[in-house]
Ligand binder design. Sequence first.
Ligand SMILES: [Zn+2]
Length: 194
Amino acid sequence: MSFLLLLFSDIITLAIAMNVCEPGQDRNVAALSFMFMCGGFLNCMEKYEIYMKEALKEAELAALEDEVPIGCVIVKDDKIIARAHNQRDKSHNPIGHAEILAIQKASGIVNDWQLVDTELYVTIEPCLMCAGAIIQSRIKKVIYGAPDLKGGAFGSSLNVLDAKNINHRPEVINGVLEKECVNIIQNYFKSKRK
Ligand SMILES: [Zn+2]
């Protein structure tokens, strides 16, 4: 019981430190606010992982086709409306990246070039071309798994969001199932070297 009281007291201290509540605010309200905030964060992470697993399934399909395994899904109202994987080699298409193909499919589904209120999940950090397409299509949030140090355009190689006066800035979340997203790429290149 004393352990629970101590935990409750710690939660309130942390809630005040994180500005979730004001000092002097009702202790029960403070603790509840904080726990709801934590619960929301955990729910978000759980949701990100569920959809990233779907993007990983697309990456696996790319590997089966001997393409660099990168997969993408686009989600609207908690439903996947488009999914795609890298098809650059197969289609001899330099813009056949998973994100571009998924954006084209999603636009066809919603009958609009503006993909407002959508989330794009991709296993690897988008390149400059795909980051441009994400901005142009007004995607609300981008969630990616592994960074791309050589070509990632959301912070690893450059950050397109640093550009002045762009008219849309998606929220970007990184590192979701990063290990799994790195592994699938590394395994692909290892197998190619053999
Ligand atoms: Zn790309």
